[in-house]
Ligand binder design. Sequence first.
Ligand code: WT7
Length: 662
Amino acid sequence: MSEQPPVKTHGDALENLLHEHRAFPPSADFAANAVAKPSLYEEAAAEGPEFWARQARSLLTWEEDFTETLDWSDAPFAKWFGGGKINAAYNALDRHVEEGRGDRVAIHFEGEPGDTRTYTYAQLTEKVKKAANAFESLGVAKGDRVAVYLPMIPEAVITMLACARIGAVHSVVFGGFSADALRSRIDDAEAKLVVTADGSYRRGKPTALKPAVDESLVKDGHTVTSVVVVKRNGEPVQWTEGRDLWWDDVVGTASAEHTAVGHESEHPLFILYTSGTTGKPKGILHTTGGYLAQTAFTHLNTFDLKPETDVYWCTADIGWVTGHSYVTYAPLVNGATQLIYEGTPDTPHQGRWWELVEKYKVSILYTAPTAIRTCMKWGRDIPGKFNLDSIRVLGSVGEPINPEAWMWYRTVIGGNGGKKDVPAPIVDTWWQTETGAHMIAPMPGVTATKPGSAQVAVPGISIDVVDEMGESVPNGSGGFLVIKEPWPAMLRGIWGDPERFKQTYWSRFDNMYFAGDGAKKDEDGDIWLLGRVDDVMNVSGHRLSTTEIESALVSHPSVAEAAVVGASDETTGEAVVAFVILRGSAKDDDDIVTTLRNHVGKEIGPIAKPRHILVVPELPKTRSGKIMRRLLKDVAEGREAGDSSTLADNTVMTQIAESMRK
Ligand code: WT7
């Protein structure tokens, strides 16, 4: 058990954030041509939820208009746009074709080996219709769940939209998760169909996905009746007759005629699992109308999207919420042209991303601070070899962006290596799997941006920073980030566990959503995010639970006890560091650390493998038996351990220090 609430101490980098005073106002030219005007904030404040009703009607095409904007009578379970009927796939596809935009490129795809495909809106619509027919022919009906375990290839987007079209609920599982993690997600959602691929390309090598699906379905008692397999890398696969089908056989031969019918505004669109403070991942549930309205609105306004001329590129994998909201849904709903890239930024060379920006004339780039810091490490000469002049807006997401990385991003990428007079504005977007869409973000033509701060609530969103008692803190003070009013893209609950939804987000403060983040208001009232205040770690912008990794470690027969902390890391934000107490004979096993790292990889996935595993004789605990992670974090970050006076046995820290020296 952990200390409750285990408030994290923030590293020096975050302390430095608070001494940052630079601000960059938009250029007159950018402001004059911007999609978002300052009046948006006033309109949103004056209109309340009706502001969102107006956005929902202007940005989306409804089969039946809604009759009620917001029903909050069963709080915290919100209903947005009640009485309305809408089809997400129709909004992302058909309507663009019907309205004469069928020849516009929807997706430029670039595979890691350099193979390319282009889909216009008309072509993508046809593909999705075929996939919708194929899935229906396999018995998938409205409300059924479909697990998606695919690499970053167009079929991932096609599959998600085909599900949305027929009202099936997709549950995308990141390809970096293990067979065990996939199975627990299949079981929790009771998925009928799994869509996967033979594999993918990563770092120049074919990697496999299908074997993990096979392994996950070995044990009986699952709900899967079909597995559809995209051929991506041609690696040999095992085949279960009667269950497995090649995509080309079932989708390729399906009819291209399919009429999209409207689903209720609150019809479930997808489930996406994310780590919480307990061992069991939460199935975050999102529904249709409100989610589409807020994702489309923010994509348009935060990124200043001009769909006719922009080329947008979000580097996130569809396995994460960013890939749902800002790859599959909002860009297509807004009729944008986007780039999808399958592989890693350093294959075959460290300039691959910038080569792609030059090749496709990317104008809006949305990525994560960890990627920016990695590119910083590789050096500015690498992007310097490419023409990045097309870039006009830069986005950041996933974790706080330190001012150094922000300035590098601005000058080297947004300023084309200093060759541009006016570098592109950076929008730092704070949001979560649970919020569905941007919640805090500057508007590029309105806000004077500050390096390291997400700054202001999106128009129509009510954000605050409160103290322990839930009282709003004054400017210049820090506390907990909360959301005070329901928002359209908010999660509608945790799949199958309404109590856990209330408990996790709505019990800490009365009538407020508790995000789990610490934040500070500066003297201007702008918001600076300070990282998680709970047992959730953020490694390279990916959310990992300390408890989940601890459970994985103690499930190994050699481990008696385990404690996991996130230690500050220059590149990845945080790194997973585990402290373990071994059982008897395991103490003599020289390979135990490797064994345990692989075990975590198998239980959860390679992304959860601890950077360091330290074998210790004891763990620091309070008299009531709670592990004092704070002290372990000090050790993991190479500091003198802090106040240990509440330890049951205060020799423990000395014992740990001694075992470190061995
Ligand atoms: C957590 C949510 C939102 C998509 C990617 C992550 C952290 C996210 C920022 C930001 C500071 C950020 C928070 C949040 N986070 N964006 N711009 N500045 N922190 O989604 O996996 O649901 O994680 O990521 O700690 O709670 P997620």
